[in-house]
Write a protein that binds this ligand. Structure first.
Ligand SMILES: [Fe+2]
Ligand SMILES: [Fe+2]
Length: 355
């Protein structure tokens, strides 16, 4: 029997909260001309879950509320906010509306990516009406940003369920063999090809998707069926970064010219799958062992990262409660991101949150 009393426990939990656990990423894009530098914040996977009436699952609400507060306190202020998808848990109007209400104190414009939990009830109808287009692109201070809807799937699967609710429930399970693989799809890839044809090859390109645009683990749908076809469209560009949500854990990879980075969730962490269905060219060895969540501490193993896209190469700095802080930075010698201790890059200081 542990001698830890409630007071010690609360004190410990408090210390952990101060040490990290901010459910927000800050991405910095830095250029030779400092006047062009800018940052944006990235919030993802809040899974706002309706219970009944005006009741929602409190833990998931708190994660998002905290991320919004952190984003508003950032200095320098991010130019805009990216939301990485899975705002809702079961895609209902009540969940999407409540999620939008929690996001509404943000002082910057939000650009949204749709996740499967937002989509599979009404196939994106309410999202498109109320929140955002499902795919689009925009330019900001010399960078071309693309938002893809990467969670589409086969029509046969979509049409086989007796009700939209049943379809949503089946897609909402992490390891449900009745689910179906995600994809960007031919129509959207055609759009992407056309969109990128107007972009100079030396323009930095940042792509947002919900599922990874690489094949990591099919059993848990950490997977995009036509990932290679999307990667082929991105291949002609000198500097490409793909940022995604969905996996609720730290992942990074390099495939050719493309750096891949995931963001953690504001809701809960997923553990790493026991066995990754790895093909040699996909993920490098995963060296970050994330502790499984302590069920008595709602924020355990969620975390935050500062993402520094310096000269087109990304460095992420992770702060993990009850775990050693880590850095993942691009190593030009090996041409891929690698874990290492954080070192200030060329005397530059990353933006901080002030309390
Ligand atoms: Fe998610
Ligand atoms: Fe997801």
């Amino acid at each position: 029997m542990s001698t830890l009393n409630r007071r010690d426990f609360l004190k410990g939990a408090g210390a952990i909260m101060v040490g990290g656990g901010l459910p927000l990423s800050l991405v910095e894009l830095a250029f030779a001309d400092k006047a062009q530098n800018f940052t944006f914040a990235y919030i993802s996977d809040s899974h706002i879950q309706h219970i009944k009436g005006n009741k929602f699952v409190r833990n998931w609400d708190r994660g998002l509320i905290r991320a919004v507060a952190e984003a508003n306190l950032m200095d320098p202020k991010p130019d805009f906010i990216m939301y990485g998808g899975d705002l809702a848990q079961l895609g209902t109007k009540a969940e999407i509306d409540h999620g939008l209400e929690l996001l509404s104190p943000l002082s910057q414009k939000i650009n949204f990516v749709i996740g499967e939990h937002d989509y599979y009830l009404d196939l994106g109808e309410y999202w498109e009406k109320k929140v955002s287009p499902l795919h689009y692109s925009f330019d900001h201070k010399g960078v071309h940003f693309v938002v893809l809807n990467s969670i589409l799937t086969y029509d046969d699967w979509i049409n086989k369920w007796p009700s939209p609710e049943e379809r949503m429930n089946q897609m909402a399970g992490l390891d449900n063999p009745n689910g179906s693989p995600f994809m960007v799809g031919e129509k959207q890839r055609e759009w992407l090809k056309k969109d990128l044809s107007k972009v100079a090859k030396d323009t930095p390109v940042v792509v947002f998707s919900h599922s990874p645009l690489q094949k990591i683990y099919k059993g848990w749908n950490f997977w995009t069926e036509d990932a290679e076809d999307v990667q082929a469209l991105l291949k002609p560009f000198n500097k490409v970064t793909v940022l995604y949500g969905h996996v609720h854990q730290i992942q990074y990879n390099q495939i050719g010219n493309i750096s891949f980075h995931s963001a953690m969730a504001t809701a809960w962490p997923w553990p790493y799958p026991q066995t990754y269905a790895q093909v040699e060219t996909h993920l490098p060895k995963l060296t970050v062992q994330m502790n499984r969540a302590d069920p008595f501490f709602e924020r355990d193993a969620t975390g935050w990262q500062m993402i520094d896209v310096y000269s087109g190469n990304v460095a992420l700095n992770y702060s993990l409660p009850e775990n050693e802080g880590r850095s993942v930075a691009f190593n030009p010698k090996t041409g891929q991101p690698e874990d290492k201790k954080y070192q200030a890059q060329q005397g530059r200081t990353l933006p901080q949150t002030h309390y």
